[in-house]
Design a protein around this ligand. Structure first.
Ligand code: APQ
Ligand code: ZN
Length: 377
């Protein structure tokens, strides 16, 4: 991908096919081809991968986490050392999450008020607080190219009153995030739609965010245990009420078939720890489904993991070897399967970008599901 040098953040839509879209997000640090999958680099590293290996899989952008980096090594230390790109040796665009979601899922002794969230670090018990203003400050210290609004994501299932109250708090925090972010040419601020699975609340949230005005819009509050059918049912109405000319980012998704279904419903960007996390546990995603290298049936299998894959794991190693290093708990297992999974995810994204550009997404999706149904993996 040759980046067109630019000092601005802009989204160029190249083609649509039904609700699916393909285009390019231009940033001063490089272009992001959409639909895009964004590997998660929580603590300034995509686990088990060198940054150059992540780039070799085809990733244009990485994710970082405000919550983890504010606790260790702190945003101020990273800023003093030249910013997150220099710190982690990644020159391309970085999107950072705003921290509230991770506080609610990881921290101890959390106290949520209109001002923000106070909590104790899950690492050493130290006391901290996050607010829209502090989150914007941290993401600026990190040097993030795409900054996420500070929001609250309610756990599902939840009653309508809880969802409405939470969504309306997130919309007030979105305004405060916007005010604190200020005017930063070349840097983007994304709003986060909330509202649970409720169509009226999702529309209300989308209108509130559009009225404030953002460079991109995330669909938050999903991939929190609702299941694929409920998630798709929500996306069937939640993306269409977001601005058509800005990137749409579905947070925390997902398995390959989740990603295909989300792109089909108008999503441009996704992130998930699944390809890296499952790689470390011996699970490999392939065109035909998931291969679990823990299974003894691979012990004498000389075949590659996936004949059609060109990644280092599939080009140079057998299933028997991958099974062996899994059982021996060797570090190379996580390295090879993470690389394979991230390569597979990027290959999936490229396949969808090409299919949408050619107006054949429906046929591509049918083939995606048909091949997976064949089994024999
Ligand atoms: C690095 C991780 C990014 S995605 C984390 C995430 C995941 C999911 N599933 C939902 C949300 C959400 O509603 N808000 C925010 N800020 N983040 C969310
Ligand atoms: Zn492979």
């Amino acid at each position: 991908m040759t980046a067109t040098p630019t000092d601005r953040f802009a989204f160029d839509l190249h083609a649509t096919d039904g609700m699916a879209r393909t285009g390019v997000i231009h940033t001063p640090r490089g272009d992001i081809r959409t639909p895009a999958f964004m590997p998660v680099g929580t603590a300034a590293t995509v686990k088990a991968m060198l940054p150059e290996s992540v780039a070799a899989t085809g990733a244009d952008i990485l994710l970082g986490n405000t919550y983890h980096l504010m606790l260790r090594p702190t945003a101020e230390r990273i800023a003093h050392l030249g910013g997150l790109h220099r710190f982690m040796n990644w020159s391309g665009p970085i999107l950072t999450d705003s921290g509230g979601f991770q506080v609610m899922s990881l921290a101890d002794l959390r106290k949520l008020t209109e001002a923000g969230v106070s909590f104790k670090s899950h690492i050493d018990g130290s006391k901290h607080m996050l607010s829209p203003e502090r989150s914007m400050e941290i993401q600026k210290l990190l040097g993030s190219d795409i900054v996420m609004c500070f929001d609250e994501c309610p756990a599902l299932p939840a009653d309508r009153d809880r969802i409405a109250t939470s969504m309306q708090l997130s919309m007030r925090w979105a305004q405060r995030s916007r005010d604190a972010f200020g005017d930063r040419p070349g840097h983007a601020l994304f709003g986060i739609q909330q509202g649970g699975l409720e169509q009226d609340f999702r529309a209300e949230s989308a209108q509130a965010l559009t009225d404030i005005g953002f460079d991109g819009y995330a669909v938050g509050g999903l991939a929190v245990g609702e299941g694929q059918e409920a998630m798709f049912g929500c996306l069937d109405h939640a993306t269409g009420v977001l601005p058509v000319d800005k990137p749409r980012y579905l947070m925390g998704v997902g398995k390959p078939d989740d990603i295909v279904g989300a792109v089909k419903r108008g999503i441009d960007m996704m992130d998930c720890v699944l390809p890296s996390r499952s790689g470390r546990t011996g699970q490999a995603f392939t065109r035909r489904g998931v291969v679990n290298l823990k299974n003894a049936r691979h012990a004498d299998d000389p075949r590659p993991l996936d004949e059609g894959c060109t990644c280092p794991a599939c080009s140079n190693y057998s299933r028997a070897y991958l099974h062996h290093v899994f059982r021996a708990q060797e570090m190379i297992l996580g390295m090879l399967l993470t690389w394979h999974n991230l390569h597979y995810y990027q290959t999936l994204m490229q396949g969808m970008r090409d299919a949408i550009a050619a107006g054949r997404f429906v046929a591509w999706e049918a083939d995606f599901h048909a091949v997976r149904a064949q089994g024999d993996i």
